[in-house]
Design a protein around this ligand. Structure first.
Ligand code: PLP
Length: 395
């Protein structure tokens, strides 16, 4: 008999939205305040300034009451004009969606293909060659996804910056960090990025509903000539009110309570420790996958993602069938395969508010699920992960 109530906490192990910690839930569980009041200005400023420390920028940060897709659109409409060429790398499903968005806006994307098993840095030489040939500077932006959430491949962002510089090309550099920000090392200023796109629902440990642009002076200057229509996303509209901690329209007040708490939690742990924790959980996960005799989708170790691992199913076995079995038996959600990877991979999210025992529980659910779904595998994945976690446990 199916129980009328499922006891215990759901395991939300998709690669975002992630588990929201109690401290953030409590911070948001408060009366909604007057967004024109002095008390709000303090919160608004704390969130904007705090996000600069997460993006590692001294430039501008804009916060939208929108999902990450909105911040993608904001990056393009604030800086570009109809018919502008943009150079993008097809690292996976999310790169494809960003390209489609650019097309709908009237931009002209040039899309470098990959086999969805590497980061965009695999195309660094091609990026350099295309930019070097573009002597008229028709290409106005290079856009890459830092952590491709559909494949679990991360891009070496400084390698792309070096390619742009080696071609002596003035294109703006735009990076999507929606599933890497606050999980994988990222440095907007130091790495010479012009627009970074982020979202609330992954490493920031918040519910969905906020997204971000971090913006360089060069990108700010580009707004003067950019002719794509914009209103809701306009950086200029935000700049004035933001200077005193306000927004041009009603902000997502309670999510901002949560954001202030999230920024504090990340700094209490220390960003370097946050990144090391994600690296360690990713390595433990890959050890489990290998011990099961399964294959990690990401082919290049230098591109391994620390926020999620995509696992290839043995031929003839359904990833969605496995995920459904695990969800029904153990109340755990895993990520599905997207577009060309549909039913071929399942994705393990190990980002956000996450610790060793949550990882052991997650891997335990998968190992039991492999048995229930009769997927050919060897035992011992959880044991391999536990050995690594024990050997590397913080003292
Ligand atoms: N980019 C990446 C890398 C993502 O992982 C996602 C969502 O998962 C998006 C963009 C789109 O963001 P949203 O679904 O919040 O609009």
């Amino acid at each position: 008999n199916a129980p009328g109530r499922i006891a215990g906490r759901h395991f939300l192990q998709i690669p975002g939205p992630t588990n929201v910690p109690d401290r953030i839930l409590r911070a948001m569980d408060a009366p909604t305040m007057d967004h024109r009041s002095p008390a709000f200005a303090r919160l608004g400023r704390a969130c904007i300034e705090g996000m600069k420390t997460i993006f590692r920028t001294e430039g501008h940060v804009f916060i939208y009451p929108a999902s990450g897709t909105g911040a993608w659109e904001a990056a393009l409409v604030n800086t570009l004009s109809p018919e502008d060429e943009v150079l993008m790398v097809e690292t996976g499903h999310f790169a494809l969606l960003w390209k489609r968005l650019a097309e709908r806006l009237g931009l002209k994307p040039r899309f470098i293909a990959t086999d969805w098993r590497v980061g965009a840095d695999a195309a660094a030489a091609e990026i350099e060659a295309i930019l070097a040939e573009d002597r008229a500077h028709d290409i106005k932006a290079v856009c890459v996804v830092h952590n491709e959430t559909s494949t679990g491949c991360t891009t070496d962002i400084p390698a792309i910056r070096r390619a742009i510089d080696a071609a002596h090309h003035p294109a703006l550099f735009m990076v999507d960090t929606i599933s890497s920000l606050a999980s994988i090392d990222y440095r907007h200023d130091e790495w010479g990025v012009d627009v970074t796109v982020g979202g609330s629902q992954k490493g920031l440990m918040l519910p969905p509903g906020l997204s971000f642009n971090a913006v360089s002076e060069k990108a700010m200057a580009a707004t003067a000539k950019a002719r794509l229509p914009r209103s809701f996303w306009s950086w200029e509209e935000h700049s004035g009110p933001n200077a005193t901690g306000y927004f041009p329209y009603t902000p997502a007040t309670n999510l901002l309570y949560g954001l202030e708490a999230a920024i504090a939690m990340l700094h209490e742990e220390g960003l370097a420790n946050v990144f090391a924790r994600h690296d360690r959980h990713a390595e433990a996960t890959r050890r489990a996958v290998r011990a099961w005799g399964l294959e990690v989708l990401c082919r290049e170790p230098r591109n391994y993602s620390s926020s999620l691992t995509a696992v290839l199913m043995p031929d003839g076995h359904s990833a969605d069938g496995l995920r459904a079995r695990i969800r029904d038996a153990f109340d755990m959600s895993l990520g599905n395969g997207l577009s060309r990877l549909a039913d071929r991979v399942f994705r393990i999210g190990h980002l956000g508010d996450f610790n060793d025992l949550m990882l052991v529980g997650t891997l335990g659910g998968i190992e039991m699920g492999l048995e229930l779904a009769k997927v050919p595998h060897q035992k011992g994945g959880v044991a391999a992960a536990m050995s690594y976690l024990a050997a590397t446990a913080p003292s």
